[in-house]
Design a binder for this molecule. Structure first.
Ligand code: HGY
Ligand code: MN
Ligand code: MN
Length: 392
């Protein structure tokens, strides 16, 4: 899978609904069929492969995503989908058909890099986002999700949410430094932190960079950079708050023109909803000050907003017990990254399994997880899936 969209530096780039994503989907489709899964594509392009159980009880759903960020690595998302395929293939090779079917899913646009918000495929699956609203979302070039799904041939025909899973389980790399720093082991994930993504537009006034006295300037770039440092200062004040400005552009962007406009994105996250809201309020106050002092106008547009989401204590315990039965170290932890699991948790008992990211690197071509940790994670997924699939 990592050869598709390979960026030549060890990473890969398969932005949602791009040609590389289509190639990745085609490959996944081929693998699902080779294993003998019954494949369905839903109307937002989620790909589901069903491994039969000996009853038609509600399936155990396993999955993740195969789209990546622009500077993606080999493991984020793909690990969970491929390990789920491996689970089905292992059962088939062992001639085991569990009581419940397995439904293996690859969700559309988990990353939210090209189309915001992220975790869109699972939001449409649960009805949290309507198909029409999802189809209308456009990327920075004005291409819509509906048109791009059609163009790559993955605008499927079944209703999102056509299956009501008995449980949902997702294997994923931690994408942070905790497990690696502790010498490895399994993360029994207890939930996902709250997230707020905003697009911030700052209107100033274009002017001459040489002749305009500093106190005359209404510089959108000065205002934007002050905002970056204010967000950074907030993370020093509020324990556990993380902030990132991932994109910033100035208009007209000439060396000798005071920018009239700045557009930037802000990603704020915290494990506690109320604390995150407090941080947003504090930021809004600072924005008011910047508007007055720099004589600019600042507008914030929500790109994504997800409350903190706890996982199901029974499923978390299943993950822990599976890891211990495999003589693996296991510890509970909250996910700093958002995942489709946080949305699936609103409709079915859900938990995640983390494996270590070396040096905590992710969304980076050097993203790496050791083979023995990949195997350990896949075995925890397999044994937990079997246990859930045998439940009455
Ligand atoms: O941004 C995230 O947490 C995820 O990688 N989409
Ligand atoms: Mn991911
Ligand atoms: Mn990611």
């Amino acid at each position: 899978m990592a050869r598709i969209g390979a960026t030549g530096d060890g990473g890969c780039r398969r932005l949602a609904l791009s040609d590389e994503d289509r190639q990745g989907r085609d490959r996944l489709l081929g693998w699902m069929r080779k294993i003998g899964l019954e494949v369905r594509i839903d109307k937002i392009g989620n790909m589901i492969g069903i491994y039969p159980g000996h009853t038609d009880a509600a399936p155990v759903m396993l999955g993740s995503h195969i789209d990546t960020v622009a500077s993606g690595g080999k493991y984020d998302g793909a690990l969970g989908v491929l390990a789920a395929l491996e689970t089905a293939e292992t059962l088939r090779d062992a001639g085991i058909s569990p009581r419940r079917p397995l439904a293996i899913i690859a969700f559309t646009n988990e990353e939210g890099s090209r189309f915001q918000p992220d975790i869109l495929g699972s939001c449409v699956w649960t009805g949290d986002t309507s198909l029409d609203d999802a189809y209308r979302i456009v990327d920075s070039e004005g291409k819509s999700i509906g048109d791009e799904l059609r163009r790559i041939g993955y605008l499927g025909d079944v209703e999102p949410g056509f299956l009501q899973p008995h449980a949902y389980l997702e294997l994923h790399i931690e994408q942070g430094p905790i497990l690696d720093a502790e010498g490895g082991g399994i993360g029994a994930v207890t939930g996902v932190q709250a997230l707020w993504w905003s697009e911030i537009n700052i209107e100033g006034e274009a002017n001459h960079a040489g002749t305009t006295p500093m106190h005359y300037r209404r510089s959108a770039s000065v205002a934007a950079c002050r905002l970056v440092m204010i967000a950074r200062a907030l993370t020093d004040e509020i324990d556990g708050l993380v902030a990132n400005v991932g994109r910033m552009a100035f208009d007209p962007g000439n060396v000798n023109v005071v920018p009239r406009r700045a557009t930037m994105t802000l990603d704020l996250r915290h494990p506690d909803d109320a604390t995150l809201s407090g941080a947003e309020r504090s930021l809004a106050t600072s924005i008011g000050e910047i508007e007055r002092q720099e004589r600019v106008v600042v507008e914030c547009k929500d790109l994504a907003r997800f409350a903190a989401q706890p996982f199901d204590s029974r499923i978390i315990q299943c993950v822990e017990e599976s890891a211990k039965a495999l003589d693996l170290n296991v510890r509970r932890m909250v996910s700093g990254a958002s995942h489709d699991a946080q949305i699936m948790a609103t409709v079915t008992p859900t938990a995640m399994i983390f494996v270590p990211s070396v040096k905590g690197l992710s969304h980076n071509p050097q993203e790496f997880t050791r083979d023995e940790d990949v195997v350990a994670g896949a075995n925890v997924l397999l044994t937990t899936a079997i246990r859930l699939a045998e439940e009455a």
